[in-house]
Write a protein that binds this ligand. Structure first.
Ligand SMILES: C[S@@+](CC[C@H](N)C(=O)[O-])C[C@H]1O[C@@H](n2cnc3c(N)ncnc32)[C@H](O)[C@@H]1O
Length: 328
């Protein structure tokens, strides 16, 4: 895992969460809803294809992939003042986008230099803060600029496409699918999700498919992965107690689950354990969650089916797994 950046700030970025997701099993990683591509940046030396229908996101990645480090180093930090429209600075379109995305983390169509106080306090203190002070740069500082100039050399081999997930070719790869959350509609400029279609699409991909969501999403059988602190604004609105949100995951390769995680997942569920049961015992309407090999082929690994009608879980596992589950 190579931690690079992030190369820019993006609302809903998985920068801090990336380490919780399974490592890619394929040399090719496809970022199906790329945004700031935090997960992909953690494995930047792999082959990476990014897809996002948002023209700004696609243009910014295209710029970063091809930018001359000298141009990055020539972008202004010193001398910016809060409220200045970045489009009036005479920068290239890509350079202007980079500055824009370092001003605010929340989704914003705003092109002005921000007066937020964050990041390099020492540099900001030296240059002053607030309107007309030269330290007003949002989160864009000289060290971020220098880091960006260095890091772009590591993504020269990446490809970006301004396109939605449905246009991704059917190739075997690791798919990292981080769509706009089902219950947070309208947050992204490009938001055109038919979640039932997306769910079927995720199941149909060849290779390793990792899907991100939040608690409450129901278009795939997601399971809890990790909790994150909510945004400051949200915390204020909901009270301190509502500071954490639950991130969920679905993956077509549940072998990623360790036995303690599996047991944890099953806590409180109605489930039945059948040792060495044939696949024909799977109830009508069951959805295959784990790959369809037989338990015997898997040795100690369990195979999980979720009955959509009965809502019960059926575990078919090798005897030692059954013992393990019963003991839990
Ligand atoms: C939660 S963000 C992704 C964040 C990203 N994983 C990161 O670390 O920064 C969701 C992204 O999905 C994109 N999106 C919206 N509709 C899409 C579609 N139909 N196909 C692919 N991506 C889409 C949005 O433009 C947005 O950039």
């Amino acid at each position: 895992m190579t931690r690079l950046g992030p190369l820019f700030k993006y609302f809903g970025s998985k920068w801090r969460g990336a380490k919780h997701y399974p490592a890619p099993e394929y040399q090719l990683i496809i970022g199906a809803c790329a945004g700031g591509a935090a997960y992909e940046q953690h494995y930047a030396n792999r082959e990476v294809w990014l897809f996002d229908p948002d023209p700004e996101v696609a243009a910014l990645w295209d710029y970063l992939i091809h930018a001359d480090p000298a141009e990055i180093r020539a972008l202004p930090c010193e001398g910016l003042t809060a409220g200045t429209d970045i489009r009036t600075l005479g920068l290239s379109p890509g350079g202007a986008l980079l500055l824009k995305y370092w001003q605010r983390t929340g989704r914003s169509s705003c092109w002005t230099v921000s007066n937020i106080v964050t990041g390099e306090n020492k540099w900001c203190k030296e240059h002053g803060r607030g309107p007309n002070a030269a330290g007003s740069t949002g989160m864009w500082h000289p060290t971020i600029r220098e880091r960006t100039a260095v890091l772009i050399e590591r993504i020269r081999h990446w490809k970006v496409f301004q396109a939605g997930y449905a246009e991704i070719p059917d190739v075997e790869a690791t798919y990292f699918v981080d769509p706009p959350y089902q219950h947070q509609p309208g947050v992204y400029a490009c938001w055109q999700m038919d979640y039932q279609h997306l769910g079927a699409w995720c199941k149909s991909r060849r290779g390793q498919v990792i899907v991100c969501e939040q608690e409450g999403a129901d278009w795939l059988p997601f399971r809890p992965l990790y909790r994150v602190s909510g945004m400051r604004k949200m915390r204020k609105a909901q009270g301190v107690g509502a500071a954490k949100t639950q991130e969920m995951i679905w993956t077509n390769n549940m072998h990623e689950l360790s036995m303690p995680e599996l047991i944890d997942l099953l806590q409180g569920s109605d489930f039945e354990v059948i040792s060495e049961a044939p696949a024909t015992l799977v109830p009508d309407g069951a959805v295959l969650i784990w790959p369809s090999e037989t338990p015997a082929q898997h040795g100690c690994e369990a195979i999980l089916y979720q009955g959509t009608q009965s809502q019960c879980l059926l575990i078919m596992a090798a005897p030692d797994v059954v013992e393990c589950l019963r003991a839990a």
